[in-house]
Design a protein around this ligand. Structure first.
Ligand code: CAA
Length: 289
């Protein structure tokens, strides 16, 4: 399949990542169905699209026609059959639970046409742990976006041992058509490129806060003012979700058995208290909206 033949994209998961990936695809000319099993997530994603597009027009980033066309290309549903039927390309962005992803891919393989590529946006689950439940492992890969997905330019495309060169080329081209800059990982590695580098930074930042060397605020100030990062590691954790940070660390700990990968007590405390970051109104910082 050529990238020009991709007309319909199905994005599974109406969370932070899924809803922004879907909207980004619609803005870039694709017909998109964004699906979630939870009604309230579907409603939230639809409401986000409804307020985001006029906001882009007001800011002069889109014309009224472009915004109207994007709105007409995106729909939201709780119906997986409807979302996946006839999709040329699927981007799965459901919760980071391996069994859930395997179940979703089994269903997708049954519903989607034989030519469809099935990609996962997982931050750390490599597609070789999923591809085996489908009859098309050569069409399964990782396509990893960054938060906020409407803004961040990078997409990591990861070729598993089962992924064909054709699938990789198509996924890279699709990322470019979605206005992104793809990089290719020629083999699977835990955490891919960015999250490996980011984890090293975040672990060090949390250790410094845990040791009470400095407050999270001052560590963020140090990283933004000295290293030029757009936001410090604590503010970034609030953006991506402290619960996700915990899941990634636990998965890495299970995989390696190395105690240095175990989430710090500070992180565990935040997760237990339900202070997961922006999405819960409180993480390392407080958020009014
Ligand atoms: N959703 C959508 N768009 C957003 C946004 C959000 N949550 N936050 C900001 N934006 C947009 C704004 O609308 C604005 O767009 P325009 O300039 O086109 O109008 C642009 O981003 C800049 O926004 P602001 O001026 O309000 O704020 P800023 O300059 O501080 O930028 C930021 C905000 C883009 C989030 C910036 O701070 C940044 O790049 N932070 C680092 C983010 C990062 O590192 N992401 C990677 C996380 S790791 C990850 O994602 C791994 C994973 O596996 C999940």
């Amino acid at each position: 399949m050529q990238v020009e033949e991709i007309k319909k994209i199905c994005v599974l998961g109406c969370g932070n990542m899924g809803s922004q990936i879907a909207l980004n695809a619609a803005i870039h000319g694709f017909e998109v169905v964004n699906m979630d099993v939870k009604e309230e997530m579907v409603a939230k994603a639809a409401a986000f699209a409804e307020q985001y597009l006029p906001g882009r027009v007001k800011k002069g980033r889109l014309t009224e026609d472009q915004a109207r066309a994007a709105a007409s290309r995106i729909s939201h549903t709780t119906d997986l059959e409807k979302a996946a039927r006839g999709a040329d390309f699927v981007i799965e962005a459901v919760l980071e639970r391996l069994e859930l992803k395997r179940q979703v891919f089994r269903e997708l393989d049954r519903i989607c046409p034989p030519h469809s590529v099935l990609a996962t946006n997982s931050s750390f689950i490599v597609s070789s742990k999923i591809a085996g439940v489908t009859k098309r492992p050569e069409k399964v890969c990782n396509m990893h976006f960054f938060n906020p997905a409407l803004v961040m330019e990078l997409v990591e495309v990861v070729q598993g041992p089962h992924t064909s060169d054709e699938t990789v080329t198509l996924t890279m081209e699709l990322a470019r058509k979605m206005g992104k800059t793809p990089v290719l990982l020629q083999k699977e590695v835990y955490g891919f490129l960015v999250n490996r580098i980011l984890a090293a930074l975040m672990d060090e930042a949390v250790w410094l806060a845990d040791m009470k060397v400095a407050t999270p605020e001052d560590i963020d100030t140090a990283v933004t003012k000295a290293l030029g990062h757009p936001m410090g590691p604590f503010r970034l954790m609030d953006l991506t979700g402290i619960d996700l940070h915990y899941d990634i660390a636990m998965e890495q700990y299970r995989e390696t058995g190395d105690p240095k990968h175990k989430p710090s007590p500070l992180i565990v405390e935040k997760v237990v208290k339900g202070e997961h970051g922006r999405k819960t109104g409180k993480g390392w910082y407080e958020y009014k909206e």
